[in-house]
Ligand binder design. Structure first.
Ligand code: GH3
Ligand code: MG
Ligand code: MG
Length: 403
């Protein structure tokens, strides 16, 4: 899936759908009890999934959304009745702050120390907020009133500049985190944050606020389902679909397809020479090259073997793409990263190649297509495997067709 689609789906689409629904149903009082039910259900589903998959970050975020939906409308109503607005503004400011805090903490499961840390952070905030008096309050109000940017830019919101800026910074951080790690839970947190931003502007009605904070909870719940899906169907090392995904994909193809089996040459020797961790880096690199193939879908078949499926294409049509991949992997080479790279520059620098020697690997490829001869996915895989064996026998680093 291309990146923009990956980013918008499903959180962004869900939030837009909810906003559309709210605009369409505005003024329908009959929907209001439904909103409370929706909110509680979304929280419950998210909590159960978080507990099932033992994920502390989404659960912590759910707690924050639940607290926000509970506290903010009440404080807003108080403020409308003349109570000072600073407590409401601080709570709104704490919302993005906490979501960022939880997204940066490592997810080590619900029983890990980080959960205690998150809970303590929330408890400290609650105590400080309850104890704020006198000088501390006037200082806080002063800080909240400080406006580095022109105030008219923020006139549309009651939340004040610090809060809106904190939301902006949190959004940039979470989007960046997703682009970097591509984890569904990071994207879930980004869209939950966006839902919370809309939510704090709906606090005039506790139920409309519940709709948006509930949407945030639902987005987190969906991201937990995506996380579980990725655990089942995506290979953890190379981040491409795994054998199970291939086994389920092939029977769904009702048209002609060709399939290539790709195997790294002399990989055992490479591992023996450079170590297993270096071998893992090679597999990641090879997978990222293979993933650039146009018109094909790449899977990690197992070990150092990959499969590429070309739906609607014959072997002949797949050939130029496979030949290009083979050549690109041969030419690319790569340098070992991380602890394989010497930390300090070696004293006799000039005698060594800069940045360490470039290592090269090659791959052999066997291809077969579905047809009269090979009439089932299993038969195609076996035929491609035999062709791969031929490519190895003939000297490796080449593409062979099944006959
Ligand atoms: P050939 O050219 O005939 O394919 O030789 P080869 O050495 O690549 O083939 P062989 O099947 O003998 O060895 C495959 C090696 O791949 C053995 C195993 O240690 C290594 N391997 C399999 N999975 C992984 C992995 O996830 N990480 C690393 N580092 N090595 C792996
Ligand atoms: Mg092999
Ligand atoms: Mg091999």
């Amino acid at each position: 899936m291309e990146l923009s689609k990956q980013f918008w789906f499903p959180g962004g689409v869900l939030l837009l759908g909810v906003a559309g629904l709210q605009l369409w149903a505005a003024g329908l009082s009959a929907t209001e009890p439904f909103l409370t039910v929706f909110f509680l259900l979304a929280l419950a589903v998210g909590a159960v999934l978080g507990w099932m998959y033992n994920r502390s970050r989404p659960v912590a975020a759910l707690v924050v959304l639940g607290l926000a939906a509970w506290l903010l409308p009440a404080l807003y109503a108080n403020a409308a009745n003349g109570a000072p607005i600073w407590r409401l503004q601080i709570l709104a400011l704490l919302l993005p702050f906490n979501l960022i805090l939880f997204s940066l903490l490592p997810d080590q499961g619900l029983r890990a120390r980080t959960t205690l840390l998150s809970a303590s952070a929330l408890a400290v905030q609650a105590v400080v907020l309850a104890l704020l008096r006198g000088k501390a309050v006037s200082w806080t109000v002063l800080q909240l009133g400080r406006a580095p940017l022109p105030p008219r830019w923020f006139g549309w919101s009651w939340a004040g500049q610090p809060t809106l800026l904190a939301f902006g910074v949190a959004a940039i951080l979470l989007a960046g985190l997703f682009l970097w790690r591509r984890r569904p839970t990071d994207r879930g947190l980004f869209w939950a944050l966006t839902a919370a931003l809309v939510g704090i502007h709906a606090v005039h009605s506790s139920r409309v606020a519940m709709l948006y904070f509930g949407s945030g909870a639902l987005i987190l719940a969906v991201s937990l389902i995506e996380h579980a899906h990725a655990m089942a169907y995506v290979d953890a090392l190379t981040n491409i679909p795994n054998r199970r995904a291939l086994d389920e994909f092939l029977p769904q193809l009702h048209k002609r397809f060709s399939l290539a089996m790709v195997d790294v040459d002399h990989f055992k020797t490479f591992n023996d020479k450079h170590g297993h961790d270096a071998g893992d880096q090679v597999l990641r690199k090879v997978a990222s090259h293979l993933a650039t193939v146009s018109g094909g879908r790449v899977f990690r078949y197992g070990g150092e073997e990959f499969s590429i499926v070309f739906p609607g294409r014959s072997c002949k049509e797949a050939q130029p793409h496979l030949e290009a991949l083979r050549a690109r992997i041969e030419d690319a080479g790569f340098r070992l990263r991380g602890r394989f790279r010497p930390k300090r520059k070696p004293p006799e620098r000039r005698s060594r190649p800069r940045g360490g020697a470039k290592l090269h690997v090659t791959v052999s490829i066997g291809v077969a297509e579905v047809g009269e001869k090979f009439d089932s996915p299993q038969a195609v895989i076996q035929a491609a495997d035999r062709a791969l064996y031929r490519a190895k026998e003939e000297g490796r680093n080449q593409v062979w067709f099944a006959s």
